[in-house]
Unconditional design. Structure first.
Lengths: 113, 108
């Protein structure tokens, strides 16, 4: 069966520090991968999605970037965090071309202080 | 215009009430539709898919109107445990877009 792992679960980082969140999927090949952010009390905002290795589409301009170095690995990064980067970051995967549901990792709660 | 729009609520209803959530989407080429449930500080989880003919799962009924680009979720006989945020989800091509969610509070 397919599983998705996301870590760390919680993170407290100072303003200006770098960020690296990692997500891996097991049990499937060539998944579509997504990074979402949810600010406190708000909905899910799509940040990046990827349909294959090295293919990244950005939905929102910001100081974040994403990379997909391997088929089932998706990384969210920042060189310098802002206070406004605080939120709940969720990695998700889906299969096929928009035909199937998305499955989420357990999320990373990031607090920038 | 947002790609997926929902009434944010909150909806405050008593136990046993029937409550309906609506959602509109802007991309007429969208192919798949879902309702997700998100509990506080947790990841969203699939509640049900939405089919063109409408579908029911126990107390939950989902409907899709492609002509109006409109999706609905009806919850009958609300339970305290139904309290959560309900997310409308639209998928087309390689993109899966979530609505901002509708918060539901069911009171005893």
């Amino acid at each position: 069966s397919q599983t998705i792992h996301q870590w760390p679960a919680t993170l407290v980082q100072p303003v200006g520090s770098p960020l690296s969140l990692e997500c891996t999927v097991e049990g499937t090949s060539n998944p579509n991968l997504y990074w979402y952010r949810q600010a406190a009390g708000r909905g899910l905002q799509l940040l990046f999605y990827s349909v294959g290795i090295g293919q990244i589409s950005s939905e929102v301009p910001q100081n974040l970037s994403a990379s997909r170095p391997q088929d089932r690995q998706f990384i969210l990064s920042s060189k310098k965090l802002l206070l406004s980067d605080s939120g709940f970051y969720l990695c998700a995967w889906s299969g096929g071309q928009g035909a199937s549901e998305a499955f989420f990792g357990q999320g990373t709660r990031l607090t920038v202080v | 215009r947002k790609e997926v729009e929902q009434d944010p609520g909150p909806f405050n209803v008593p136990e046993g009430a029937t409550v309906a959530f609506n959602c509109t989407y802007s991309n007429s080429a969208s192919q798949s539709f879902f309702w997700y449930r998100q509990d506080c500080r947790k990841e969203p989880k699939l509640l049900m898919s939405v089919y063109s003919s409408g579908n029911e799962d126990g107390r939950f009924t989902a409907q899709l109107n492609r002509a109006s680009q409109y999706i609905s979720l009806l919850i009958r006989d609300s339970k305290l445990s139904d309290s959560a945020t309900y997310l409308c989800v639209v998928s087309g091509g390689f993109k899966t877009i979530f609505g901002a969610g509708t918060r539901l509070f069911v009171k005893a």
